[in-house]
Design a protein around this ligand. Structure first.
Ligand SMILES: [Zn+2]
Length: 263
């Protein structure tokens, strides 16, 4: 082998070898565990807390190893684009936000095992889309003035409620719903209607999860105020919802038709 042939072989080997650079190694080790799309389009009431919510989820992602994209562009709701994400968050969305093709793409995303997280007015969204009503659990009906109240944790084992006190006292806008979702979802927390003025449901679920149409859904009605998104306990609540909707952390979201077993 002369010198020229030897260099040719070396160059050929180098071309075939995987190009693992320091940058690639760095990138692999920083790969997020999963990706979350935060969607906050509104065509009705617009909550001033939306930027606080996006910032909170971005910080949760930085701290807990998941990637965040935030958008209000419904044209991104296609099969190809949604396939990039393990969780889609409807953050205080309101009104009609997707056209029929976009709705169909989102249905297929869930049917393919996608995760959904609904926050606050995600139930004040898409009233005429029956499939979405089942996914999110029910629709908003009314709320009294913002005031302190007590949230009663019904399932303290779920990752979204495990960090919360059994009786969680805080200030928010407390939703009542068109129907009680109990019977089709796993109830995580209910309102103590004696703790505030204007509760009118009796049995009053306020956060829940369930497996629906091939995917995983988690919802909290909490999160009207800007201050909510700075509360450490609220952050833990939403973090557990995102992690479980992603399937990154296991959770029991089997339908709770009656009060849960408390062994
Ligand atoms: Zn609100």
């Amino acid at each position: 082998m002369n010198k020229a042939t030897g260099w040719m072989i070396l160059c050929a080997l180098a071309a075939c070898a995987p190009r693992i650079t320091q940058l690639d190694i760095q990138k692999v080790s920083n790969d997020p565990a999963f990706s979350v799309l935060v969607f906050s389009k509104t065509t009705g009431f617009r909550h001033s807390s939306i930027p606080d919510g996006i910032a909170m989820i971005q910080q949760l992602g930085a701290d807990h190893d998941f990637a965040i994209d935030a958008t209000e562009d419904p044209s991104l709701f296609t099969d190809d684009y949604l396939a990039n994400y393990q969780v889609v968050v409807f953050l205080s969305t309101t009104g009609t936000i997707l056209d029929p093709d976009q709705k169909s793409a989102f249905e297929r995303y869930v049917q393919n095992g996608g995760g959904f997280v609904g926050i606050h007015s995600a139930t004040d969204t898409e009233y005429d889309w029956a499939w979405y009503g089942q996914l999110v659990g029910t629709f908003f009906r009314t709320h009294p003035a913002i005031q302190p109240a007590t949230v009663v944790i019904e399932d303290p084992k779920h990752p979204s409620t495990a960090a919360l006190p059994a009786l969680w006292m805080r200030t928010d806008e407390w939703y009542s719903f068109q129907t009680n979702p109990r019977g089709s979802v796993h109830v995580l927390a209910v309102m103590d209607e004696t703790s505030y003025i204007g509760g009118d449901m009796g049995d009053h679920p306020i956060s829940w999860c369930h497996e629906f149409d091939g995917g995983r859904a988690w919802y909290t009605a909490l999160g009207h105020t800007e201050e909510s998104y700075s509360e450490p306990l609220y952050q833990q609540h939403v973090l557990g919802g995102i992690m479980t909707a992603a399937g990154a952390v296991a959770a029991n979201c089997s339908v709770s038709g009656t009060k849960p077993c408390t062994r």
